[in-house]
Write a protein that binds this ligand. Structure first.
Ligand SMILES: [Cu+2]
Length: 156
């Protein structure tokens, strides 16, 4: 009896605790999204970037072709590349996720580039971005906003 009582309290605590809410993994028929987060807006700017792991759980290749959100009219797929020792960003029209594989969006690599933010993104809040695929399917992904130290690039 005591054990049941305690586990009931535990469950209620779990259900009613909104602090540090971790965005749930998005699971659709073919896609799982994990570890989704966006960068807190740096003061004086109106841009941000978002990252996640996209897992293709199907036996067919999946092509990510875009992203959209209430927070901005313009979100692009971007990739950082090293050219002659310089870090550059370039837009990608699509990102392929091969069958049964995963693609990681991360700082200094693939990212969702968010332009013209209507409001700055604040740490500890969440934003929802819809990912669009070439088969016309889409998933709504919740990104936890985090403050991430900007990597400093020094040139000699
Ligand atoms: Cu970018």
């Amino acid at each position: 009896m005591r054990i049941i009582y305690l586990s009931l309290i535990f469950m209620m605590v779990m259900i009613s605790n909104p602090v540090n809410a971790v965005p749930p993994d998005v699971i659709s028929e073919n896609i799982r999204i994990e570890n989704s987060y966006a960068r807190e807006t740096i003061p004086g700017t109106n841009i941000s970037s978002a990252y996640m792991k996209v897992i293709n759980t199907s036996s067919k290749a999946i092509r990510l072709v875009g992203a959209s959100s209430q927070i901005s009219e313009r979100i692009e797929l971007h990739e950082h590349t090293m050219t002659n020792g310089m870090m550059r960003m370039r837009q990608k029209q699509s990102v392929d996720i091969p069958a049964n594989q995963e693609i990681i969006f991360q700082p200094s690599g693939l990212h969702l580039m968010i332009f013209d933010l209507k409001h700055p993104l604040k740490s500890a809040e969440n934003v929802v971005i819809t990912l669009h695929f070439d088969d016309k399917s889409s998933v709504n992904v919740t990104y936890a906003i985090k403050s991430i130290k900007q990597k400093k690039h020094t040139h000699h």
